[in-house]
Design a protein around this ligand. Sequence first.
Ligand code: ADP
Ligand code: MG
Length: 484
Amino acid sequence: MQWETVIGLEVHVQLATRSKIFSGASTAFGAEPNTQACAVDLGLPGVLPVLNEQAVAMAVQFGLAVHADIAEVSVFDRKNYFYPDLPKGYQTSQMYHPIVGPGDVEITLEDGSTKRIRIHHAHLEEDAGKSLHEDFHGMTGIDLNRAGTPLLEIVSEPDMRSAKEAAAYLKAIHSIVTYLGISDGNMAEGSMRCDVNVSVRPKGQEAFGTRAEIKNVNSFRFVERAIAFEVERQIELIEDGGSVVQETRLFDPDRDETRSMRTKEEANDYRYFPCPDLLPVVLDQAYLDHLRGQLPELPADKRERFQNELGLSAYDANVISASRDMAEFFEAVHSECGDAKQAANWVQGELSGALNRENLSIANSPISARQLGELISRVLDDTINGKAAKEVFQALWNGQGESADEVIDAKGLKQVTDTGAIEAMIDQVIADSPAQVAQYRDSEPEKRGKMIGYFVGQVMKASRGTANPQQVNGLLKEKLDALL
Ligand code: ADP
Ligand code: MG
C-alpha cells in the first residue's frame, strides 16, 4: 500500500508592535517576570481594552502580501477556557469574521520547483502568559509578560504533501513577515511557532484521513522531524488494523517523537461570542490603498527578478531572497562588482560560511557589502587570483585594512600575469625536478594531465601564490610537452 501525507499548518506570529494588542504595556522580550503586565492584560474588573492600530495595520500588510481578501468588517470574539496563564478566563481572538480572508503563498522546494499553498484565513488574537516549571519545586510559576502580545494566526489549507513542503511553507511565511518587518521572526524566542496538522491517506484516495495536531512546534527542523515521526506512527497504526484518532499531540525533540496530549473528547468547548468590549474593525479602501503603497518588494518578486533579470539559478535566487538582509547585502555587492553570479557565490559561500562559524547575522557582518564588492572586482579584473582573494577576504574580515586594494598592496598579492616572469619560474621548477619530469615523460598520455598538478603547485609556491593559475597551467603544459 502506498500512502500520501496531508499537512495543514496554523502559524502563530508575534507582531512587532511596541505595546500590546489591547493595552499600553510593553512587548519587549526578556524582562523580569510580571513587570510588563498591566491591569488590562490581567483582566482586572473595570478595565476596558483598546485595540492597537499598529497590529491591525500589520495584519492587513500580511494579507496584502499573500494576495488575500481583506475583510471590510472583522470582529473580535471571546474564546473561553480556563488555564493559569490566562487570567481573564478567555482569549480575545477572531473566530467568525477574521481580518484576513483567503490568499496564497508560493513555496520553493530544494530542486527549485515552486508550488502554491492556499491560506484559509489569518486572524488577530492575543498571546497568553507563560507557565514556568523550572526553579519551582512542586509549584508552577506564571509569567504574564507575554499575555496580550499581539498574534497573527495564519491558517493554511491542507495543501502540503511532505515534511519538506511544510518546512518550505514555514520558511516562506517567515520570509514574508520579516520582509514586511511585522515580526522579528525569532523562533527561538517564540516569535513564530506553529501547530502542525498531519494525516495520511492511501494514494489515489480523495477523502482525507483523520488528522492529529502537533502543538507549538518552534523550529523548521522540528517541523520536519515531528511530521516524519507522525507519518510513520499513523501508517503503522492503520496497517496494524487500528485507526488514527483526532487528538492534540506534543513533539518531544529530545526523544524525537510525538505524544498524545488530549483527545477530541477532552477538548474544550470554547463558547465563542463577540467581545462586547470591542467594536468591530471597519476598514475602508483608502486605508488599504495607503498600506498597499507601503509594501516593500516581497521575497517572491525579488526571487523572480534575481532569476529573470540577473540570471541567477532558481536555487541561488531562492536562498538569497529568503532573507531580506541577505538579499539587500547581495544587491549592494552586485552593484559594486557588476557580476551577479560572483556576488551570489561569495555571499552564499565565503561570507555565509564565516558568519555561521562566528554565529553572526549578516546585519553584523564585519566585512561590508562595499568591501566584498571591491574584492570581487579585483578578481574579475585579474588583479588577484582566487587563492589571494580568500586571503584578502580574511584580512578584511579581521579588520586588517579598509579596502581590498589596501590589503592587496600591503600583502603584495597582486597577481603575476607577466608571461616572462612566469616562464622563468617554470624553467626553474623544471630544472629542480628531474625525477618528476622523467616520470611525466614516461607515463601514459592520459595520466599526464593529473601529474601536472605537482608542477603547478611548485610554481604557485615559488610565486608565493600570486601567479595566474590558468597561465601557469597553459605554459607548463607547453614546456613539459616540448620535453617529450
Ligand atoms: P478546526 O476547525 O478543527 O480547527 P480546521 O478545519 O480549521 O479545523 O483546520 C485546522 C488546520 O488543520 C488547517 O490548517 C487545515 O489545513 C488542517 N487540516 C484540516 N484537515 C486536515 C487533514 N485531514 N489532514 C491534515 N491537515 C488538516
Ligand atoms: Mg483551527
